[in-house]
Design a protein around this ligand. Structure first.
Ligand code: PGA
Length: 247
């Protein structure tokens, strides 16, 4: 059975004082029955790893460079993230695809680098609102999946996050039927059917249980609601309840 994963993406939020939210989360969930991951900004990775030592909450990063090292001012390699204590890295988030023009081919190269460094790659994909309105959602996510996943991808080293661009940070979510349709479709395309499929985009305590009840949803990638231990903890609890129901 696929182990469920609650992953929090802090994006460009978080100073040292906010590590208290991470430790509060770990205190409230000392023995979660699902995997729990927080991805803070790179500046906090080392300190969060230290703060969460001997807790089950893992720490990940939000991006990496495709090279191991080199003349790339401002960039961080997957090996550096692993060295800092990260175990996962989010790749191809729509904000990086939009803000930095990242292509799916670049995402695949980054995922290859992440795998080589021993990191689990959380590869994000999702349609824009215009693409959904044009009836292109399944075609868009199929193509993104095909181009963003490297040869090395398997269930141990790769997680997919379906995140409709128009649902990220907007408070809007697809219907449960729409989420199920995309997840069912993606499951059929995965090179390894045991790869976990997360939903992301405005997941919050109020809608988490309904989303986690969908068959092919193996957890969530959470932005805004992952910044506060109480909110993210409620989402972790909803995922644990869904796993209990499924098992
Ligand atoms: P959101 O962000 O939960 O704030 O919508 C999700 C994401 O971007 O991963």
């Amino acid at each position: 059975m696929r182990r469920k994963l609650a992953a929090g993406n802090w994006k460009m939020h978080g100073l040292a004082a906010d590590l208290a939210e991470a430790t509060a989360l770990a205190r409230a969930h000392p023995a979660p029955t699902v995997d729990v991951l927080l991805c803070p900004p790179a500046t906090l990775i080392c300190r969060m790893v230290g703060a969460l030592a001997r807790t089950p909450v893992a720490v990940g990063a939000q991006d990496c460079h495709a090279s191991v090292s080199g003349a790339h001012t401002g960039d961080i390699s997957a090996a550096m993230l692993a060295d800092a204590g990260a175990c996962h890295v989010i790749l191809g988030h729509s904000e990086r695809r939009a803000d930095h023009g990242e292509t799916s081919a670049q995402v695949a190269a980054k995922a290859t680098a992440a795998h080589a460094a021993g990191l689990v790659a959380i590869v994000c994909l999702g349609e824009t609102e215009a693409q959904r309105d044009a009836g292109q959602t399944l075609a868009v996510v199929s193509e993104q999946l095909r181009q963003s996943l490297p040869e090395s991808a398997d269930a141990e080293n790769t997680v997919i996050a379906y995140e409709p661009v128009w649902a990220i940070g907007t408070g809007r979510t697809p219907t449960l039927e729409q989420i199920a349709e995309v997840h069912d479709h993606l499951r059929g395309l995965l090179p390894d059917p045991a790869i976990r499929l997360l939903y992301g985009g405005s997941v919050k305590p109020a809608n988490a249980a309904d989303i986690f009840a969908i068959a092919n949803v193996d957890g969530a990638l959470v932005g805004g609601a992952a910044l506060k231990a109480a909110d993210f903890g409620a989402i972790v609890a909803a995922l644990e309840a869904a796993e209990g129901g499924a098992g």
